[in-house]
Design a protein around this ligand. Structure first.
Ligand SMILES: NC(=O)c1ccc[n+]([C@@H]2O[C@H](COP(=O)([O-])OP(=O)(O)OC[C@H]3O[C@@H](n4cnc5c(N)ncnc54)[C@H](OP(=O)(O)O)[C@@H]3O)[C@@H](O)[C@H]2O)c1
Length: 345
């Protein structure tokens, strides 16, 4: 095929927060599917915090995007050509097509999406990788019990909002932390959190801790770790004995590559370690790509609740592939209101 497609490439590696110069919007030739491969015209693309890590060339659990390579990411679109019996033109599929208008992948790397069940955008958020992450981390590592108290930050994002809702359904008191009054209102009114604190309203961990203590008067049994930084420092001394900390992400440190300016490592690390020791805390990291054996269980449990409205979701949809870098940079700073998606066509 000689028709053109477009992609966003990594133009250079960022130092600190990414800038527009780190990305380039380029034309390319639409690939021709080989044996067993499927060609997809992307409709919606996901923007996720992990993509920040792929821009760096350091040791990690996944290979970095090479300079000049297409930015990595999941997307959903319509099959326009197929050399596999598993897909036919007109089907919808999710795959790791990257930041691009078209993607070509072996059929076994794709997941069929049923547009009759729910809008296809949900395959990127509430019913996709982030929703699954929240469900997995909470149910498998958080091990929630009725009557306990949970705290999660980035509470209105696709991970945090799933964590809060699944915890609420399990009978926990749920306390969210989010950036700004509008997000806190959303957390309480849409996602059913019992309380939500605006982390931007507190200059330091001590003040945030005092507010958390009021919102969680019985202490914290599960801290679902999404952000690190000030929130983590505020939470740790409030953890109850035998508390659980599923370590999912630490977005406040992604640009810093460390604790960041102003943080006191000598205070943070010993205090964290001592709390884990004396309170018998279970702090467990996880990378969701290693746990897809449980994805069918997640889908069968949560998809009906999404369809019925028992589990709510909010999507923030930017228009146009060329605007993906701006939407991504904004999301990393909390500019997104719900799951950040890009409408590609
Ligand atoms: N372990 C895994 O396999 C896995 C898989 C998926 C996601 N994750 C992690 O889960 C976390 C949430 O992901 P998501 O997709 O749901 O993202 P998201 O909530 O849609 O977007 C990121 C949010 O992080 C918050 N944030 C940014 N900088 C912050 C800071 N300095 N302090 C506090 N909050 C800050 C912002 O929310 P506010 O404006 O509300 O602060 C922002 O909206 C991320 O850390 C991500 O890396 C891990």
């Amino acid at each position: 095929m000689s028709e053109q497609m477009y992609r966003v490439a990594l133009a250079s590696r960022p130092t600190g927060a990414p800038t527009a110069e780190n990305f380039s919007y380029e034309a390319a030739e639409i690939p021709t599917p080989g044996d067993g491969e499927v060609l997809v015209r992307v409709h919606y693309m996901s923007l996720d915090p992990y993509m920040r890590g792929r821009m760096d060339d350091g040791p990690s659990y996944a290979a970095p995007v090479p300079v000049g390579g297409t930015m990595e990411g999941g997307a959903v679109g319509e099959v326009i050509a197929s050399n596999s019996p598993a897909f036919k033109p007109g089907d919808f599929a999710f795959g790791m097509f990257g930041w691009a208008t078209h993607g070509c992948k072996p059929a076994e790397q794709l997941r069929k999406v049923n547009p009759q069940q729910a809008p296809i955008t949900t395959s990127l958020g509430v019913l996709g990788m982030p929703g699954f992450t929240g469900w997995y981390g909470l149910t498998q590592l958080g091990k929630p019990k009725p009557g306990e108290t949970l705290v999660v930050a980035a509470a209105t994002g696709p991970v945090g909002s799933m964590v809060g809702q699944v915890a609420k359904l399990a009978g926990l008191r749920t306390v969210g932390v989010a950036g700004g009054a509008d997000k806190c209102k959303l957390a309480v009114e849409k996602f059913g959190f019992d309380a939500c604190l605006d982390h931007r309203a507190y200059d330091n961990a001590r003040d945030l801790r005092a507010a958390l203590k009021e919102a969680a008067p019985d202490g914290i049994d599960i801290y679902f770790e999404n952000v690190g930084g000030k929130v983590l420092e505020a939470v740790i001394p409030l953890m109850n004995t035998h508390g659980r900390i599923p370590i999912c992400g630490m977005i406040s440190w992604y640009d810093a590559g460390g604790l960041g300016a102003g943080a006191d490592a000598a205070m943070t690390v010993p205090s964290l370690w001592r709390n884990i020791l004396v309170k018998h805390l279970a702090a467990t990291g996880f990378i969701i790509s290693n746990h897809y054996d449980l994805y069918p269980e997640f889908l069968s449990e949560v998809a009906p609740k999404v369809v019925s409205g028992e589990v709510a979701y909010v999507e923030d949809i930017a228009e146009g592939l060329e605007n993906a870098p701006a939407a991504f940079m904004s999301m990393l700073k909390g500019g997104n209101f719900g799951k950040q998606i890009v409408k590609v066509i």
